[in-house]
Write a protein that binds this ligand. Sequence first.
Ligand code: PEP
Ligand code: MG
Length: 840
Amino acid sequence: MVQQVSVFPPLKGAFIDLDKVPDPVFAEKMVGDGFAIDPFDNALYAPIDGKIKSIHRAKHAITIESEAGFDILIHIGLETVSLGGTGFDVIVNEGDHVKTGDLLTVFDMDYIAANVVALITPVLVTDIEEKKIQIEILPHDAITDLSKPILTVKLGNHTTAISEVQNTSPQVTLESDLITITNSHGIHARPAALLNSIARKYPDNEILMIKGEQSGNVKSVVSLLSLSVQHKDQIQFLVKGINGVKIIAELTDAIKNLHDDESENPIADPNSGEEDNKVENGKYHGVVASSGLAVARLVRQTGIQFEYERFAADEAEQLVKLDKTIHSLVAELENEIKDLSEFDIAHKNILSAHLMILTDPELITQAKNLITNGQSAAYGWDKATAESCKALLATGNQLLIERQNDLIDVRDRVLTILCGNESKKVAEFTEEVILVAEDFTPSQVIAMSDKVKGLVSVRGGVTSHVSILARTRGMPLLVGVAKEILQESEQNVVLDTINTAILNVKPTPEELNQAKGEVNRRIEALQIAREAAQVPAVTTDGVQINCLANIGNIDEARIAAANGAEGVGLFRTEFMFLETKEAPSEEMQFNEYSDINHVLAGKTLVIRTLDAGGDKKIPYITQMHEENPMLGVRGVRLCLANRELFKTQLRAILKTKAENIKVMIPMISKLTEYRAVKQIFEEIKADLGINTQIQLGIMVEVPSVAFISEAFAKEVDFMSIGTNDLTQYVMAVDREHTELAKEVDHLHPAVLAAIAATSIGAAKHDTNLSVCGLMASEKLAIPVLIGLGIKNLSMTVSTIPENKAFIRNLNYAKCKEVAEHCLSLPTAIEVREYLKSQFN
Ligand code: PEP
Ligand code: MG
């Protein structure tokens, strides 16, 4: 149903298109969409029936909440906030109900015109995207006529084409229109989980997805994944029962808003390339899923073996046994999830995926069908999971195939209960080992002891849960190696996923010794670096470099403090927003910021405001489909388009009243954006009565800022270069692009030139400058950054001790010479070669 509301001009005057208003905050529709009027008269009237929602302290702006639920903001004049209320006589009060044409404000035209940029008055419908509003400017004269509507606001669902009448009967089956899948990865694990969670809200409905001749149960992730819906495929939803219209609209909306989650980018299939899994002279090539170096005994990890009777006569008992097992495991998993820290993202996602598999209705039905055919509960469950694995394998889709080991993990948990704990034999090692297997399951990795130094598998992929866990543990993992590895005998081997992507099962005594030496050197160097972690990083010629940390949660803040970080140079708050079903409340954010600040005990804490959009979509923030999200509404653009969300975050930060806390705005591309933020920031401070000097700074990630860094340096409190984004925008290469990954090199001389320009601009106004992209963690890049004048480096927490040790051996004068030379080189390859020659 679409509702239409007419909006009347609130002023007599000349109509002006919004994009002609000489203030980008309005012209670029950062506040809302509508029109503007250059007034001929000093009286402002209500343009709609509604309630006065807010009157700005400076009396120049009024928001009216319409009865239909949308808001209209009228902003008399440009930059009139600076008048502090002088010249305005507001007739109404907040909370008053007004009718169209009621007088709201009388203002002194002469005074205002003499003291501000212009009297032009924008009239804006706000939250257009959030509330799915469409507006239409109606035909009008050049001079507004207060008796004629000037704009129509349309609210409601414009998408579903299904008759509402069909919504009433419980017997009815509704079919959606054909929907074309537009996201490039199709319905892979995450979209399937999203659709699944919508469908499960409606236990009384049967909900199917149809693709050609096949259909999948939307309440079953396994069934959905087995459909293998790809980019450009056409699907339909079929819903049986009441609320069909609503369910289809929700599912259709979810599909249309699907965006590619780049963290699930399919990697090159480890088994597809001849090059990747070749074996030469005992050297097994593979794909690096977690980097590291290990020398230890190769041991084959066998899957857990379960012994059970295939047949059972007591059908009812077997069914109850399976149900009880599933219920107890669901409770167990839910408790495990609850016990995890709110921000232990990787582990939480894995367990949630397992919960979804465990309660998958298709899987359970399949198992129960086998039981009613005279088989045991254990056999039924084992066979049903095996069938699901086969279905995933049959999709040929690497992303889905990687999800098999999650299924196996859940299978093992259920069978362990059904068959008795004694059947679960977890190998215990007395010596250091490198484990090799067809594939590992997440639970196996979680349970592995410190004796396990590395992992090698025939299957698996870079994005699998196993890989994420291996990286978290700092354990090398090589996937996609030839299956002959499973026949190799136990022997000492070298696994090198730092310098190569090779497992060497026949190392010569020299190779073995050399690798052992390197492992020991690394351990020793790390040990020494850790012991000296709290000592400042001062170059041999006396220049102190502040090593700060990039963190995403409080656990990393703790590690940062222990690793000798001089503070936090980047707290990526988006993880907090990504992990919650709705935007985290002001209180929750305030607590998180305060807790992290407590851990840092007075050291600098740079909190970056929400950096969403682009590759980081937040499900509860509505965004239009964008052809180029990386060039779209992301970072500060998204915050300015979602003011309330942004203000909540700023309030939560400001309320900490801690002067060591700094606020950093991501993805700034123009000064006007910074000024718009600064205005909001100051307004909130004034509203809250906060006088604390909390600095407001920006990230330098867009080349436009690097080019005119001096102008920014003059206005902002500090700047921090985000080399990850800066590189992608300087080189015009998507930072998440799998095939172009090698092209995204922050050591490219063009990127160095952008950093140099920023550094020169910042120095002119003595503005504090740091680097917080991945580049600041890379040893080879650190001397160049220091040479370019960067004295604050914010890096991955685990690299701080080593990097501090490395900096203590650098000479600042030499860094400057080296940086100068790098700027004169033509390619990234030459820069890297030169740096290697200088710093070994
Ligand atoms: C960057 O772009 O370098 C940066 C630090 O921000 P993020 O990686 O979070 O986009
Ligand atoms: Mg960035």
